[in-house]
Design a protein around this ligand. Sequence first.
Ligand SMILES: [Zn+2]
Length: 409
Amino acid sequence: MQKGDRALIKKMNQQLVLRLIQSRGPIARRDIARMSGLSPASVTGITGEMIELGFVKEAGKIENEDRAGRRAIKLQLNPEAGYAVGVLLAKYKFTCVLTDLDANILHSDMYELPVNESLDIPYDPEAISQAISHAIDSLLKQAKIKTDQLMGIGIGINGIVDYEAGVSIFAPHYNWHNVPLAASIAEYFGIPVHLENDARSLTIAEQLFGVGRDVDHFVAVAVGYGIGAGIVTNGQIYRGGSGGAGEFGHIVLQEDGPLCSCGKFGCLESLASVPAIFRQIEAAIASGETTTLADVKPLSLKAVTTAVKEGDAVAIRVVAEAGCWLGKGMATLVNILNPQSFIINGEAVCLGKHFLEPMEIAIRKFAFDGLSDSFRIVTEPGGTEVWAQGVASVVLNSLFASNDYDRLM
Ligand SMILES: [Zn+2]
């Protein structure tokens, strides 16, 4: 065996052990050995190194003794051993959070995105990259964390992302094509920067720290001002051939339907997103229907949610129709991916049962018969902070699962 091969195998074993401690901890060494297939001696060696470096700590004793009569000491990740930054880019603003290794949010801030309407591209990538760098600087300063304590920076953005290259291939929010956003920020800080699709970031957070923790096949559907999905199959995030997997909001369900943000007509997003709900309510008002929302200008998600809860017939009908369209789209995901779970998150979750029940009825109605009861649905309310936390999880995921492990050792 070549020296390089041995080093690679050692590194892979270290990742495997760390991932088990992260996902199953507190966990005893003998369970790590059993689950990883590594020898108890290797596990003792690897975990010893991690404890010495401070990334893993012992977490008390468990009651049952092993055959030799020894009490097994469980191991867990030391959350304070390192930090990650997550930056979530939305249409007009961005959220920046600092988390520990367990994705707990320590600091969080929101900023306006710089816009210069006089430019051909009002969202100038250079200006935005500088704004992000300054925001991170100020976040670190407030938290009294130095750059060398950071494991990396994650940036979440809508649209199609080349994760490996750190390039935004297409970001509809900003009309960006092929913007290498990660490189300039990585150069500024001198640490790894991971650019990821926003919905996929949230999916990675669910997989590492949320309800997707022990699920091998799930889809996290984000429904708010846009609609996207993150897909996990065989325990792995699925990015697709060119980083575009999960553009679920842009499957066309109604030919000649409403104009979508992507420029096409009748996409799911144009039928079931929050702006789609606003548009339908405005159309009902314009056609003379009576609703408590007639005097609310501009419409807000909060106002629609209140109207639905108070029994406003127009709001309830429109929200239910949107839920039904969403369920129809999700039925297609059931037939193609056969997920064990759907995790629904995003702003629209606050619309509650009037949105989610028609969605569920439609999935079960339109999915292939043998599959219509094969999944469970979990809803997760969450604001932009949770999304930014998801983006920080992209950094943590790369530590636990890929070749950035050197930053730990
Ligand atoms: Zn579209």
